[in-house]
Design a protein around this ligand. Structure first.
Ligand code: 3HC
Length: 324
């Protein structure tokens, strides 16, 4: 854990707060050793932990298809993609650890339901087309949301996001390439793609979070330049970028109200089912229980690895001490 500079007097208090605010105002980064308001630290832990958990839980829906991918090439691609998600989770847990929380604590909070993860990973993947659609739509939404986070005010988070976004863009392209291959195949394959798009479109719009007027965190997070755009701004950007991609692919989105609005220069879209979103976020989605149970048992099964690693580290430390 890093040592945080603590103000000792009212003047010092004012000076560190001024320094924090001026760092944000000048678009510079807050680093772990800098003083920061407690609320900023808590907000960063909340967002980074939720993001890390999403990457780790997000391995499950697609992991479901690793043993059943239709060719060696598709299996190798999917394995690499799921491994990348694990890597993203690790960078993000490390970024959160610089704020004074440890990974074990965050895992406990995930398993006990005290920290959230993205709603999107609580839907099932019954069809192989889901692998392509998750790559295209879910990773596409993730990129749209996460590219601005590369300019987030907290240094370790912003730097982790640069690498994550590069890999996410690759994931999105592999998803789209898989779907293009299926769309060039048989009628059944085309139907599989359309059926999968019908299930994932609305949940992918929910990934951006509640509408701005119902988002309790946006205003403060924008003021601190943690978030650079509001939830609705990013959702609109995602809709605008996805419609031409769907047309090129030859699929439609399940929204009769989706149409180009020449006056606004954007696509209008229908009403999102926020009751469904709230149900999923509060733990009552189609796969919430299964996802958490799987994560809990993986954590428990891995206890011996953690014990062995600690025993090895203690042994190394004792050797170094003796040698000194
Ligand atoms: N799923 C679950 N919870 C969500 C959510 C979602 N899609 N969207 C919002 N929430 C939660 C928030 O965490 C917040 O919870 P809390 O205040 O009780 O802790 C509450 O709903 C209110 O939402 P706000 O809009 O006020 O919250 P934020 O300002 O934090 O904005 C966010 C939400 C846009 C998701 C923002 O936190 C963010 O950009 N996070 C980083 C990106 C991220 O976590 N993405 C998750 C997907 S990762 C991924 O997709 C992996 C890839 O491999 C595909």
């Amino acid at each position: 854990m890093n040592e945080t500079v603590q103000p000792e007097t009212v003047d010092a208090d004012r000076a560190v707060l001024d320094h924090f605010e001026s760092t944000i105002a000048h678009d510079q980064r807050i680093e772990p050793r800098d003083w920061m308001p407690e609320k900023y630290r808590k907000t960063m832990i909340r967002q980074i932990a939720q993001h890390a958990h999403s990457e780790i839980i997000g391995m499950q829906p697609e992991g479901n298809w690793i043993t059943r991918a239709p060719s060696l090439r598709r299996k190798a691609i999917l394995l690499a993609k799921v491994q990348d998600e694990a890597g993203h989770g690790m960078y993000l847990y490390s970024a959160a650890e610089t704020l004074g929380i440890d990974r074990g604590e965050m895992t406990e909070m995930l398993i006990s339901g005290r920290q959230k993860y993205s709603s999107i990973f609580n839907y099932p993947t019954p069809s192989y087309a889901d692998v392509g659609v998750i790559g295209w739509l879910v990773d596409g939404a993730a990129i749209c949301n996460q590219v601005p986070l590369c300019r987030s005010s907290f240094g370790p988070y912003a730097r982790a996001m640069v690498r994550i976004c590069k890999e996410e863009s690759f994931h999105q392209r592999q998803g789209y390439e898989l779907l293009m291959t299926m769309m060039r195949g048989t009628d059944t394959q085309r139907e599989m793609v359309q059926e999968s798009v019908n299930r994932w479109w609305w949940p992918s719009l929910m990934m951006f979070g509640p509408p701005d007027e119902q988002s309790p965190n946006t205003e403060q997070s924008m003021a601190w330049k943690i978030k650079r755009h509001t939830n609705d701004e990013l959702r609109q950007r995602y809709v605008d970028m996805s419609v031409p991609q769907a047309e090129a692919l030859g699929v439609t989105f399940p929204d009769p109200e989706l149409r180009w609005n020449a006056a606004t220069g954007h696509y209008d879209y229908g009403q999102i089912d926020w009751d469904d979103f709230n149900r999923v976020v509060s733990g009552d989605g189609p796969c919430n229980a299964e996802r958490i149970e799987h994560r809990r048992s993986a954590h428990e099964d891995g206890a011996w690895v953690r014990e062995a690693a600690i025993a090895y580290a203690d042994k190394q430390a004792a050797r170094t001490k003796t040698a000194a």
